[in-house]
Write a protein that binds this ligand. Structure first.
Ligand code: CTP
Ligand code: MG
Length: 169
């Protein structure tokens, strides 16, 4: 019979699994102010056919690289560098695709798009993990989709208070 302890262990395993994606997703914002003039938007400043930015200034190559590296580092500490890189890159890729749709919906950079701003990186990480290793834990995915928005908002409020982020989301 499943007990509360079993449930808690399952939750901790899910968070442990996705940790490289969580860390990867936080890093671009933390490193943001250090890029200086070496800040390269993924869309190179270009517009889409609707005359709005493809991804916008919030999505840089710097962020993709920083996120992937930190995903890899966390993975390495956990015992598997490749899994970390896959989850880290997947996280930032999900975030990037999310911004494409935000711009198409005329949402300016930094405007909140709930719940996608909160779960984009989970979806991206699971997608890349699934494509690479050809397996997905649907249980982890569903659980993480449920708990992540609250966790994400909390972390962003802390980032805002630390002046790492301009908005508390
Ligand atoms: N960031 C980055 N490169 C990425 C992702 C994020 O440089 N690939 C940095 C940007 O400085 C960004 C910050 O991290 O402003 C916070 O990320 P996020 O909230 O995802 O971006 P937004 O600025 O809110 O842009 P959007 O509206 O497109 O989500
Ligand atoms: Mg944002």
């Amino acid at each position: 019979m499943a007990t509360a302890t079993d449930a808690l262990i399952y939750l901790l395993n899910a968070v442990w699994f996705i940790l490289p994606a969580y860390i990867a997703n936080m890093m671009p914002a933390i490193f943001n102010k250090m890029y200086g003039k070496y800040r390269f938007p993924v869309d190179f400043g270009k517009n889409f056919s609707d005359k709005r930015r493809i991804f916008g200034d919030g999505k840089t190559w710097n962020g993709l690289v920083v996120g992937s590296i930190f995903g890899g580092i966390v993975g390495l500490l956990q015992g598997d560098f490749v899994i970390g890189i896959v989850l880290g890159f997947g996280a930032l890729f999900g975030d990037l695709i999310k911004s494409f749709f935000k711009r198409r919906m005329k949402l300016e950079r930094g405007k909140m798009w709930f719940p996608f701003d909160q779960i984009d990186f989970i979806l991206g990480a699971f997608l890349f993990y699934g494509l690479t290793f050809w397996e997905i834990s649907w249980g982890y995915l569903i659980l993480l989709l449920i708990i992540t928005p609250a966790l994400h908002l909390l972390v962003n409020i802390i980032g805002f208070k630390l002046k790492l982020k301009d908005v508390p989301w």
